[in-house]
Design a protein around this ligand. Structure first.
Ligand SMILES: [Zn+2]
Ligand SMILES: [Zn+2]
Length: 297
C-alpha cells in the first residue's frame, strides 16, 4: 500500500472513533451542566473560541497517534537496537519483561499511578520558565468546558501524555492495558474540564474533579498554580499544591496576557516561538509560597 492511502485510511479510522465519542460527551455534559453548572451562563456550544477547541479536538488524536508510533519506533531502535518491523511488533505486542507478566488489572493500576505521578511533575515543569509558553495554550481558554480538554500544543503533548505512554510501553507494560485506560482517560479529562460544580465531597482527595481542575485554570493570583494532578489529587496533597477552598467556586479563567493571546489555532501553535510570548519565573519562590498558604480543606 502506498503512503497517501495509508494516511487517508488512518485519518478515517481516527475520525470514526472520535465522532461517536464526541457526540456522547456533548450529550452527557450538556445535560449535567444544565443542572449543576459551576459557572452558569453560556452553554459550551456558545463558548468563546469554540472553533479553535473543535480544531484541537479532532487534530490532537491524529497528532497523538503519529507521535506515539514515531516515538515507539525511535525508542525501540535507539534503546533496544530493534530495527525490523517483525521484531518491533513482537517487542510491543504483549509487552515484555517482568512488567508484562503481572496480571492485566495490576498493570493497569501501575500504569495509572506511575503515569499520573510523571505527568504531575511534567505539568509543574510546564508551568515554569519557557515551558510555560507551550502550556499557556491550554490555559488560554476563558470559558473552560469539556471541549477545552484537547487544547494542547503538540510539544506539550509530546512531553506529556504521549511521552509518558511511550516510556511505560518501553518499560514493558502490555499495550492491552491502554484499551481499558484510553476510554477512561478521554472521559475523565473531558469531565474535569466540564462546567460542573462537582467536588465529589470527601472523594475530592481521591479523584480529580471539575472544581479541582477549574481552580487550576484560574490565574496565579487567584491561586491557579495549584492542583497539577491529572487523575489523583494525592500528588498535590503530598507535594503541597492542593487547593480546594471551602464555600467558593472558581470563576475566572485564562492567561495573564489574554488580550494579546492569539485566539485561533494557527496563532496558538506559533505562540511559543514568538519572542513576545510570556515566560514565567522559576519555581523556587513560588514553591515556598504555595506551601505556606496550603489550605486545610
Ligand atoms: Zn496547567
Ligand atoms: Zn486543563
Amino acid at each position: 500500500m502506498n503512503l497517501p492511502v495509508e494516511i487517508v485510511e488512518m485519518l478515517g479510522q481516527t475520525l470514526a472513533k472520535v465522532v461517536p465519542v464526541t457526540i456522547a460527551l456533548a450529550l452527557v455534559f450538556s445535560v449535567l451542566a444544565h443542572f449543576w453548572a459551576c459557572n452558569p451562563g453560556r452553554p459550551w456550544w456558545r463558548k468563546r473560541e469554540l472553533v479553535t477547541d473543535i480544531c484541537y479536538w479532532f487534530l490532537v488524536p491524529l497528532f497523538a497517534r503519529v507521535f506515539r508510533i514515531g516515538l515507539l519506533v525511535l525508542g525501540a531502535a535507539l534503546l533496544f537496537g530493534i530495527r525490523d518491523a517483525d521484531a518491533l511488533i513482537a517487542f510491543y505486542d504483549n509487552g515484555h519483561g517482568p512488567l508484562s507478566r503481572l496480571p492485566l488489572w495490576l498493570q493497569a493500576i501501575l500504569f495509572l499511578v506511575v503515569a499520573d505521578f510523571m505527568m504531575y511533575w511534567l505539568h509543574r515543569m510546564f508551568h515554569r520558565g519557557v515551558c510555560w509558553k507551550y502550556h499557556a495554550i491550554h490555559h488560554s481558554s476563558e470559558d473552560v468546558d469539556w471541549i477545552s480538554a484537547a487544547r494542547f500544543h503538540p510539544v506539550n503533548l509530546l512531553l506529556g501524555t504521549i511521552g509518558v505512554d511511550v516510556v511505560l510501553l518501553m518499560a514493558g507494560i502490555s499495550p492491552e492495558v491502554m484499551l481499558w485506560l484510553g476510554p477512561f482517560n478521554i472521559f475523565h479529562s473531558a469531565f474535569v474540564h466540564a462546567n460542573l460544580n462537582w467536588t465529589l465531597g470527601p472523594f475530592k482527595y481521591v479523584l480529580a474533579t471539575p472544581v479541582f481542575h477549574r481552580w487550576h485554570h484560574t490565574s496565579p493570583a487567584e491561586g491557579g498554580d495549584t492542583n497539577f494532578a491529572g487523575t489523583f489529587p494525592l500528588w498535590d496533597i503530598l507535594f503541597g499544591t492542593f487547593r480546594m477552598p471551602q464555600d467558593s467556586l472558581p470563576e475566572q479563567y485564562g492567561v495573564d496576557d489574554q488580550s494579546s493571546f492569539p485566539g485561533e489555532i494557527i496563532g496558538q501553535l506559533a505562540y511559543p516561538f514568538r519572542r513576545s510570548g510570556a515566560v514565567r519565573p522559576p519555581e523556587g519562590r513560588w514553591w515556598r509560597k504555595a506551601r505556606t498558604d496550603l489550605p486545610s480543606g
